[in-house]
Design a binder for this molecule. Structure first.
Ligand SMILES: Nc1nc2c(ncn2[C@@H]2O[C@H](COP(=O)(O)OP(=O)(O)OP(=O)(O)O)[C@@H](O)[C@H]2O)c(=O)[nH]1
Ligand SMILES: [Mg+2]
Length: 306
């Protein structure tokens, strides 16, 4: 399947949700009354686009359609307004710069069960496919079996995993990983961390300590701190991002599990309200199911006709 079809497939629940609700809003109406646009706004809020963006889009749609008679083509007209807004709202972001001869260090963080470890494996595959030498780091020493889980991915990928025992200090694992990466001319280091409840101070401190070790061993690193969010959590994902953003320098978001949710619109709220770029979207459980996020194709896939 080509990447766009895969994205479209992954967004099918979100797309159907939008299309169905939109059809309901227009069904049986002759004219565009203010209620139509109120309903549209409400629907966009429910689709997790965020209040502000929902309001701007429904206003733009109103300006375009007010007073006109409802015709079959107008649904497409509203979708065009949506698409234009989405493309404008979300810029694509440049890759971070990595020093000559340095490994690129990527720290992957997030609350429990959002898809961190799976995303690490998916990212590893992407980099391997670019011909990069990848090292995985089992810095989740907190949850039983987390190390084994990463090692299974490592086996599948044919990728080395740096690990210590369960319960050991994750900063020590990270320290070893930085040394190994430098010694073995690794291109990309992917660090899997423990699921942090964002109010657990201990784990947040541990994260800060890991960062200090990384910075000391590879100046300028970590080059990316990716916060993994579960798309199913909708607006709650925004709250999580705020807390992580305050605790550490988050450079980008991996929005996982978009395939299982009708709330794909949350991408827009995240970009707009947090100013953190969505860098990747997770579209399934397999290694191949991760795509770099691009606003234009995302909007097109979300609003495509079936
Ligand atoms: N459908 C779908 N499932 C996903 C995606 N990403 C992860 N999962 C599933 O979500 C579950 C949790 O994934 P993990 O990668 O273990 O999550 P985690 O954040 O590392 O979890 P902890 O280490 O326990 O905090 C697994 O069953 C994954 O297969 C995705 O993009 N789509
Ligand atoms: Mg994990």
């Amino acid at each position: 399947m080509n990447p766009f079809s895969k994205l479209k497939n992954g967004l099918s629940k979100s797309r159907r949700n939008l299309a169905e609700k939109m059809t309901d809003i227009f069904a049986g109406r002759e004219n565009y009354t203010p209620e139509v646009f109120e309903a549209l706004e409400e629907m966009l809020i429910e689709a997790d686009l965020g209040v502000e963006l929902a309001l701007s889009i429904s206003e733009a749609a109103e300006q375009r359609l007010r007073g006109k008679k409802v015709s079959g083509d107008d649904l497409a007209g509203v979708l065009d307004v949506l698409r234009e807004y989405m493309e404008e709202e979300i810029a694509d972001w440049p890759e971070p710069r990595v020093g000559e001869g340095q490994p690129k260090v990527i720290l992957v963080v997030g609350v429990n069960g959002v898809g961190k470890t799976t995303s690490v494996a998916k990212l590893a595959l992407r980099y391997q496919n670019e011909g990069k030498r990848v090292l995985l780091v089992a810095a989740d020493t907190f949850r039983a079996a987390a190390i084994d889980q990463l090692c299974i991915w490592g086996d599948r990928l044919g990728c080395e995993v740096i690990k210590h025992k369960d319960g050991s200090d994750p900063s020590a694992v990270v320290f070893d990983a930085m040394s190994a990466a430098k010694a073995r001319a690794v291109d990309v280091v992917l660090i899997d961390t423990a699921g942090r409840l964002h109010n657990k101070e201990h784990l947040m401190n541990e994260l800060a300590k890991m960062r200090r070790v990384i910075e000391r061993e590879v100046p300028g690193a970590p080059h990316e701190v990716l916060l993994v969010l579960d798309a199913n959590t909708g607006q709650n994902a925004i709250q999580q991002s705020r807390v992580f953003k305050d605790a550490t320098d988050v450079t980008g978001i991996v929005l996982a599990k978009l395939d299982g949710t009708a709330r794909g619109g949350v991408v827009f709220a995240i970009c707009r309200e947090l100013g953190i770029p969505v860098r990747y979207v997770g579209l399934g459980e397999a290694m191949e199911d991760l795509q770099p996020f691009a606003a234009e194709s995302f909007a097109a896939a979300l609003l495509a006709k079936e």
